[in-house]
Ligand binder design. Structure first.
Ligand code: SAH
Length: 258
């Protein structure tokens, strides 16, 4: 998936190396070999990068910094647990990573920005479309009362369910299915976030959004997606704001039998 300003792998690994060197210079007495920088410390550095990205894009997004709630959530979720072990050393780099089945975990800045743009409250019930690794769901679970997340690829949905449960996220429910259709039985939702790009705003999701609710989603073809914030007013009408060019994997539809 993604996304804005995703650094190519080479510059990322150079950046990680620079990060390790800086860390070693700053902590001359900490006997840690490169690669053993604690994940909590890598997470702090990830947050510094997100802060800088928020400032750099603030004019377009209308948000120059993360709220404390979202920032704390990003600081708590162990992102390295949501990536394949071969990718763990890059888990806190600000870029998307492959998670199998041709899918990706989003760049941390985009996860933080989408969570921020949702303007969720602690009592909210939130629908996510595109569970993937479960990382965005975990960040949401730190912020709101209940998360419902739908994944179309069964193996990813099952893996995310097991991991979220192992990490103790009791307020997340995962379903395998076509998230274009939302989750009618659990609707309406205070907030909806879509992490794969449809070519139009799915009507069922608008229907399942509460009046006063907000939805954040990428919309558009592969090379030309925009991150939208859709607010549903009390009379049911919607207002759409266009925030940022982004790059997500496409939202796919369930294959019909035959
Ligand atoms: N939020 C994820 C990133 C997901 S990448 C994370 O934090 O890791 C987008 C995901 O959307 C992929 O896993 C893809 O399989 C899924 N997806 C694509 N089309 C879908 C659909 N119609 N319904 C549900 N999930 C879908």
């Amino acid at each position: 998936m993604t996304e804005l300003a995703a650094a190519p792998p080479r510059s990322c690994s150079q950046r990680s190396r620079r990060l390790l060197v800086t860390t070693i210079v700053l902590l001359p007495f900490a006997a840690r070999a490169p690669g053993q920088v604690p994940f909590a410390r890598q997470r702090e550095r990830m947050l510094d990068v997100i802060d800088a990205m928020m400032r750099a894009t603030g004019e377009q997004t209308g948000r120059t910094q993360l709220s404390a709630r979202v920032r704390d959530a990003m600081a708590r979720v162990p992102r390295h647990r949501f990536v394949p072990s071969a990718q763990q050393e890059f888990a806190y780099a600000d870029r998307p990573l492959p998670i199998g089945e041709g899918q990706t975990i989003s760049q941390p800045f985009i996860v933080a920005l989408m969570t921020e743009l949702l303007d969720s409250g602690p009592a909210d019930r939130v629908l996510e479309v595109g569970t993937g690794s479960g990382y965005q769901a975990a960040v949401l679970a730190e912020c709101v009362a209940q998360v419902f997340t739908v994944e179309i690829v069964r193996s990813l949905g099952e893996r995310a369910t097991a991991l979220l449960s192992e990490l103790g996220y009791r307020n997340v429910q995962v379903r395998v299915g076509d998230g274009y259709l939302g989750w009618p039985e659990a609707a309406p939702f205070d907030r909806i976030v879509v992490t794969a790009a449809p070519d139009h705003v799915p009507h069922p999701l608008i229907e399942q959004l509460k009046p006063g609710g907000r939805m954040v989603l990428p919309v558009g073809p592969d090379q030309d997606q925009e991150l939208l914030v859709i607010s549903k007013q009390s009379d049911g009408r919607t207002v759409t704001e266009n925030k940022l060019p982004v790059r997500f994997v496409p939202l796919t539809r369930e294959r019909k039998a035959g």
